[in-house]
Design a protein around this ligand. Structure first.
Ligand code: WTA
Length: 659
């Protein structure tokens, strides 16, 4: 079980008794009612088949679930379709070409409004341009872009020709980008000169140049969007400007119909080892569940709603709930390029008021940050258009939930706390806003068509009031189909803890009503501002620095970011290290920068402590639990299994020292 299980904070959490039922008005107009659960419970596969038929198939499917090669399940296997056609062209054909698809707001104040008809043209042109650059169906394309409309166009252009995309978050380093390009054997990289962040142009192209200079890749071309107008170095014959090839290409393009099980994208996420996992998703099942959940969970009425999800396309939330979900449903959505506090801390609320946003989907860390900035900031804007609020990425504490509802939602909006993962592809556990009486802090119930359980160590479902591990006990359409190039790791990571059952890696508890409360990861994965980081990956980054002999990393609780990275390092002795400053503070600064270089700024530890020893068991395993106690400034727990029980005293003394 998770160690936090018996903490007082958690006990308070589980004593949370407030509930917020939907208003009768909301319930009456809601997309999904209680009958949705009944329908799915009566015939789960039939329910998903109905959802899949909401998409347009060039070859209709007859098989719903193929479990013959489990855990490599297949959905709608004999059907064929195209993702981009479904996300864009279909709406134009249905007469909605003039509807706005994207209301784009640049950080620098620039804005663009793109209709479905315009988006259809842009995607077709980009698809033709990719083909002209030699990208064929099945080839992989790496996308390393800021939040500009071209990012959406690029992803859909790949989908249109059946070339799986691998989006790499723009905050990752050249080294991280290189390993992802290599792993996916990408043939093309789509990037930009840079993007705007925190009021300044932040370059991206140099990281691509540096990544490709490391060699070994299959990349033939780099397609570069001009966003900031900053200087770029150019490699003739390899680099191509987007504006030189995309607008000129024909807007006539025949979408490539692919098998339902054709890979749509690869997305890398941190696991428990140093090497990120290339989670891959296929087409038919993924689109089915993403479209259904986006409609039902956010109560989307595409003719009237203005939807805004603040996630970056570099994360799965950006894939499922910025690109595919909203567009499949013909929604009008806001996309914002920059940070919430640029040029002022009311920027988000200004955007809500400007566009009349009705549905807002964001992360608890952002909500807590806004709480810290103060309620008077959102109070300065008209937020009365909002009618549904969503949360994702980590458990939302009841206090932040209440603030979100009261200050942002004017005490009237339902809140949907949505639990899911890169691996699940789409939302799995969440209230339905027109049905569920919401409880602050709980994701509550599996969605219609999803079967989840909380299991004990032996794999038995726990009763109400008990805790255990979250597991998904039946296959679901948007499930990951594997780890790119590593079938064994797929089987080991997800399907072996409880044989044949999907192990999510999260601790969970059922309350007296049977509602599910998520308790955080039970493995070596940290969750910092809703982003997954691996302790092992950061430890390897630290020991790759010549000054470091050994490193241990833990996730310590943090009021704003949920968890924060805290590292303990032992420095190398010996004569050969001549360039190391005597001052620990300088060493720490250099090591933080090094982690930023190897993985990306998001992985930089909040603090690094230089220590003489690390607490280890007699078998040599680092006891992270004790380090977490130190990092969270708690009394250190049981040290009897330590090889050297004096070590903790030394480390705590070090912690008391200012660094
Ligand atoms: C955590 C993000 C509690 C969880 C979509 C999961 C959550 C990991 C919630 C996946 C939530 C996500 N309540 N915890 N509503 N949503 N998580 O792959 O630990 O970036 O395993 O996907 O985030 O993170 P990922």
């Amino acid at each position: 079980m998770t160690e936090s299980d018996s903490s007082p904070a958690l006990e308070n959490l589980l004593n949370e008794t407030r509930t917020f039922p939907p208003s009768p008005d909301f319930a009456a107009g809601a997309v999904a009612g209680a009958d949705t659960y009944e329908r799915a419970a009566a015939d789960r596969l039939g329910f998903w088949a109905d959802q899949a038929r909401e998409l347009e198939w060039s070859t209709p499917f007859t098989t719903v679930l193929d479990d013959s090669a489990a855990p490599r399940y297949g959905w709608f296997t004999d059907g064929r379709l195209n993702a981009a056609h479904n996300a864009v062209d279909r709406h134009v054909a249905a007469g909605h070409g003039d509807r706005v698809a994207i209301l784009w707001e640049g950080e620098d104040g620039e804005s663009r409004r793109i209709t479905y008809a315009e988006l259809a043209d842009d995607v077709a042109r980009a698809a033709n341009a990719l083909t002209a650059l030699g990208v064929a169906t099945g080839d992989r394309v790496a996308i390393y872009l800021p939040m500009v409309p071209e990012a959406v166009v690029a992803m859909l252009a790949c989908a249109r020709i059946g070339a799986p995309h691998s989006v790499v978050f723009g905050g990752f380093s050249a080294e991280a980008l290189h390993s992802r390009i290599l792993d996916a054997e990408a043939r093309l990289v789509i990037t930009a000169d840079g993007g705007y962040r925190r009021g300044a142009a932040s370059p991206l192209k140099p990281a691509v140049d540096e990544a490709l200079a490391k060699g070994g890749t299959a990349v033939e071309h780099v397609l570069v969007v001009r966003r900031t107008g900053g200087e770029v170095t150019w490699t003739e014959d390899r680099d191509v400007w987007w504006h030189d090839v995309v607008p000129q290409a024909s807007a006539e393009h025949e979408a490539v119909a692919v098998d339902a099980e054709h890979p749509l994208f690869i997305l890398y996420t941190s696991g428990t080892t140093g090497k990120p996992k290339g989670i891959f998703h296929t087409t038919g099942g993924y689109l089915t569940q993403v479209a259904f959940t986006h409609r039902a969970v956010f109560d989307l009425h595409p003719e009237t709603d203005v939807y805004w999800c603040t996630a970056d396309i570099g994360w799965v939330t950006g894939h499922s709930y910025v690109v595919y979900g909203p567009l499949l449903n013909g929604a009008t959505q806001v996309i914002y390029e920059g940070t919430p506090d640029t040029p002022h801390k009311g920027r988000w609320w200004e955007i809500v008021a400007k566009y009349g946003v009705t549905i807002l989907y964001t992360a608890p860390t952002a909500i807590r940050t806004c709480m810290k900035w103060g309620s008077d900031i959102p109070a300065g804007f008209d937020l009365s258009s909002l009618r549904v609020l969503g949360s994702v990425g980590e458990p939302i504490n009841p206090e932040a939930w209440m603030w979100y509802r009261r200050v942002i939602g004017g005490d009237r909006t339902p809140i949907v706390d949505t639990w899911w993962q890169t691996e699940t592809g789409a939302i799995m556990i969440s209230p339905l806003p027109g049905v569920t009486a919401a409880k602050p802090g709980s994701a509550q119930v599996p969605l219609p068509g999803i079967v989840a359980e909380v299991l004990d160590d032996a794999g038995r479902a726990v009763g109400n009031g008990q805790g255990g591990y979250l597991a998904i006990t039946e296959p679901w359409p948007a499930m990951l189909r594997g780890i790119w190039g590593d079938e064994q790791r797929f089987a080991d990571t997800y399907w072996s803890r409880f044989p044949g059952i999907y192990f999510a890696g999260d601790g969970a508890k059922k309350d007296g009503d049977g509602d599910i409360w998520l308790l955080g990861r039970v493995d070596d994965v940290m969750n910092v501002s809703g982003h997954r980081l691996s302790t092992t990956e950061i430890e390897s980054a630290l020991v790759s620095h010549p000054w470091v002999a050994e490193a241990a990393v833990v996730g310590a609780s943090d009021e704003t970011t949920g968890q924060a990275v805290v590292a303990f390092v032992i420095l190398r002795g010996g004569e050969e290290i001549t360039d190391r400053p005597d001052d620990d503070a300088e060493v720490v600064a250099a090591l933080r920068a090094h982690v930023g270089q190897v993985i990306g700024p998001i992985a930089k530890p909040r603090s690094i402590l230089v220590v003489a020893e690390l607490p280890k068991t007699r078998s040599g395993k680092i006891m992270r639990r004790l380090l977490r106690d130190v990092a969270e400034k708690r009394d250190v727990g049981d040290v009897t299994t330590l090889a050297d029980s004096g070590v903790m005293g030394l480390i705590q003394q070090g912690m008391a020292k200012p660094t």
